[in-house]
Design a protein around this ligand. Structure first.
Ligand code: AHR
Length: 553
C-alpha cells in the first residue's frame, strides 16, 4: 500500500472503530518488560536552552513591555503559554558560546542604564548582512532578573552557565550571591530587590563554562580541571547544595571525544575523590545533522535515513562517556548532562539576524523523538538534557517573527513525550525488519558534479521507550520507515492493558512542516482504538512517532 493510501485507510478504519486491516498480520514486535526498571526519567531530560544569539532572546523571548505583541512583563506571552503546556522543567542560559563573554553585571540594575556590548556572535559572517541591532550589540535589557522571571512564568528551573574564559571565580561567587543570598542580606541582595525580586532566585544548577575546549577558552582538559576546582571552591551556597555541571566534550558521530571526558576526570579526581561530590553532572554536546550544509526541507529518502541514523548515534555516545566516567567514578555519583543537542542544518534565514534558524520538518520531529526515547532508555545515567535551542534557532520548538508565532514539528514531539516525565523507565525492545538505504557518500562530490553513492547501510524500523506511572504505562515508538507502515504486535510482559489511548504524529509527506501560514500541517492526532490485553496489534504509520497511553489492569 502506498504511504498516502495507507494513511487514508488507517484514518478511515480508526474512525469506524476498527483496527486497520494491516494490523491483522504483524511483521514486528514491540515488547515492554514492565518488571525490568531502568531508572526514573528526571523531568529535566526534557529541558531547554536559550542563548543570546540571533533572534532567540531578543525577538523570540523578549519583546519588551511596551510591545504590541502580547507579553507578560516584556516576555512573549504565546511562548510562556506553550512552555507551561509542555511542563518545561528547566531552561539553560545565557549560552552557549555567549556565556564565556558575558558579564552578568551588565544585565542588572535599571534597564535604561545598562551598557550595550558587542555580542559574541557578531563575528559570524551571516550577521554582516543584518542591520545593527541586539543580535550584534546586546542592550542587556534581558539580564538575570528577566531570565529568572521568564523561568518563573514557565514554571521551569533556571540553569545558569558561568563565564570561565573571561571572568574570575570571584565574579562567579558574586553572581551566585546576587541570585541566592537571603532577602535583605548582602548589598547584592538589595540590588536584586531593586531589580524586582526581594526573595532569592535559589538557582541550583550552575554550568562551569561552556565548551571549554573551544569557544569557552581553548583549554586542554588538564587546564580545565584546574579552572573547575577554582570556580567551585567555597562558592556561597546559603545552606543549599549547588549542582555544578562541568563543561564536557563536543561529540560527533565520527569522534565521541571521550579523550576530553577522560582527561578532565583524570586531572580532577586522583588524590581528591571528594571532588566528585562537587561535580553534579558532566556535560556533553551532540549536534546531528547536515551541519550547515543540507537544507532542512529538501532531502531524499536516503538523506532522511542518514539523518535519523545520526540522531541515533546519541545512544552509543551516552554509553561511551558513561563507560569512561565509570573508570573514575565507580559508584556513578556523577551523571551525564546533555546540555546541547539537536539537528543542525543550513540556515534558511527568516532574515539575516536569525542566526542558525531553519524551519524544522517531520524529519526533525523524528530526530527529536528518537533522541528523547534514547534519553528515556538511559534514564539512570542522565540528570538533564537541553534541546538547542528553544526559539528561532537550531532544533527549535518555535518560530517567532514580530507578532507571528508558530509551534514547530519539534514542539509537538515534546508535547507528546511530556507524559514520560517523572515516570520509571522500563525496558522496551523492538524486533522489526531492518531498512536498507544508501549512507552518505565518502567523498564530497564525484566527477560530473553529482553526489557520489554511499554504501548500502541498515537502520532499524521501530524503536522507542516506555515509562511506568503507577497504573499508567506510556509507550512511545518511532517508525522510521519513510513510506511503509509497520504492523506490530505490542506485548506487555508483566502487565495487561485495560484501555489504550493512541496519539500519532505524522504527515503524508516526509518533508511536511509547520510555518506561519500553515501552522497545523504536522500536529498530533488522536487515534480511536479499542485494543486491550497483554498482547494486541497496532500498526505504526510510516514516518511517525506514536504514543500509547495504557491504563493497566
Ligand atoms: O547552539 C549554538 C552553539 O553551538 C552554542 O553557542 C555552542 O555551545 C555550540 O557550539
Amino acid at each position: 500500500m502506498r504511504r498516502r493510501d495507507f494513511l487514508a485507510a488507517t484514518l478511515a478504519a480508526a474512525a469506524a472503530g476498527l483496527a486497520p486491516r494491516s494490523t491483522r498480520a504483524s511483521d514486528s514486535l514491540v515488547e515492554v518488560l514492565l518488571n525490568e526498571p531502568i531508572g526514573v526519567i528526571a523531568p529535566e531530560l526534557q529541558g531547554h536552552f536559550t542563548e543570546h544569539i540571533g533572534e532567540v532572546v531578543y525577538g523570540g523571548i523578549w519583546v519588551g513591555e511596551n510591545s504590541k505583541i502580547p507579553n507578560v512583563g516584556g516576555v512573549r506571552k504565546a511562548l510562556v503559554d506553550r512552555m507551561r503546556q509542555l511542563h518545561a522543567p528547566v531552561i539553560r542560559w545565557p549560552g552557549g558560546c555567549f556565556a564565556d563573554t558575558y558579564n552578568w553585571r551588565d544585565g542588572v540594575g535599571p534597564r535604561t542604564a545598562r551598557p550595550v556590548r558587542t555580542n559574541f556572535w557578531d563575528n559570524d559572517p551571516q550577521l554582516c548582512h543584518a542591520p545593527d541591532g541586539p543580535q550584534k550589540y546586546d542592550p542587556n535589557t534581558f539580564g538575570t532578573a528577566e531570565f529568572m522571571r521568564f523561568c518563573q512564568l514557565c514554571g521551569a528551573q533556571p540553569y545558569v552557565a558561568a563565564n570561565v574564559r573571561s571572568l574570575t571565580p570571584h565574579d562567579f561567587d558574586e553572581w551566585v550571591e546576587y541570585c541566592n543570598s537571603p532577602a535583605g542580606s548582602a548589598t547584592l541582595a538589595q540590588t536584586r530587590a531593586a531589580d524586582g525580586s526581594r526573595e532569592p532566585f535559589n538557582v541550583m544548577y550552575w554550568g562551569i563554562g561552556n565548551e571549554s575546549w573551544g569557544c569557552g577558552g581553548d583549554f586542554r582538559p588538564e587546564e580545565y580541571a584546574v579552572e573547575f576546582r577554582r570556580f567551585t571552591s567555597w562558592v556561597p551556597d546559603y545552606g543549599r547544595k549547588l549542582r555544578f555541571i562541568g563543561s564536557g566534550p563536543g561529540a560527533s558521530a565520527q569522534d565521541p571525544q571521550v579523550s576530553w571526558t577522560r582527561g578532565f576526570l583524570a586531572h580532577l579526581v586522583p588524590g581528591r575523590p571528594d571532588l566528585l561530590d562537587r561535580l553534579f553532572g558532566l556535560s556533553m554536546h551532540y549536534y546531528c545533522g547536515t551541519t550547515r550544509k543540507g537544507d532542512s526541507l529538501e532531502y531524499t529518502p536516503d538523506e532522511w535515513y542518514q539523518m535519523l541514523w545520526q540522531a541515533n548515534v546519541m545512544d552509543s555516545l551516552i554509553d561511551q562517556h558513561w563507560q569512561t566516567m565509570s573508570q573514575f567514578d565507580l559508584d556513578h555519583k556523577v551523571k551525564l548532562v546533555v546540555d546541547e543537542w539537536g539537528a543542525w542544518h543550513r540556515t534558511t534565514p527568516l532574515g539575516p539576524a536569525y542566526l542558525f534558524s531553519y524551519v524544522p520538518s517531520l524529519r526533525d520531529a523524528l530526530v527529536s523523538a528518537i533522541t528523547l526515547d534514547v534519553f528515556n532508555r538511559h534514564a539512570e545515567k542522565l540528570a538533564m538534557c537541553n534541546d538547542a535551542q528553544l526559539v528561532n534557532n537550531i532544533n527549535t520548538l518555535f518560530l517567532a517573527v514580530e507578532d507571528r508565532f508558530v509551534p514547530t514539528t519539534i514542539f509537538h514531539v515534546f508535547d507528546m513525550y511530556k507524559a514520560h516525565q517523572g515516570g520509571r523507565s522500563v525496558r522496551l525492545v523492538c524486533d522489526a525488519p531492518e531498512i536498507s538505504y544508501r549512507g552518505e557518500p565518502s567523498g564530497t562530490r564525484v566527477a560530473g558534479g553529482g553526489a557520489g553513492e554511499g554504501e548500502e547501510k541498515q537502520f532499524w524500523r521501530l524503536a522507542g521507550s516506555a515509562s511506568l506511572h503507577d497504573k499508567r504505562l506510556i509507550v512511545t515508538v518511532v517508525n522510521s520507515h519513510a513510506s511503509d507502515p509497520s504492523a506490530a504486535e505490542v506485548s506487555l510482559r508483566g502487565g495487561e492493558a485495560k484501555s489504550v489511548r493512541v496519539t500519532v504524529l505524522t504527515a503524508p509527506d516526509i518533508h511536511a512542516h509547520n510555518d506561519f501560514d500553515h501552522p497545523d500541517v504536522v500536529v498530533p492526532q488522536p487515534q480511536p482504538t479499542t485494543v486491550s490485553g497483554s498482547r494486541f496489534a497496532w500498526t505504526f504509520p510510516p514516518a511517525s512517532a506514536t504514543k500509547l497511553e495504557v491504563d493497566l489492569v
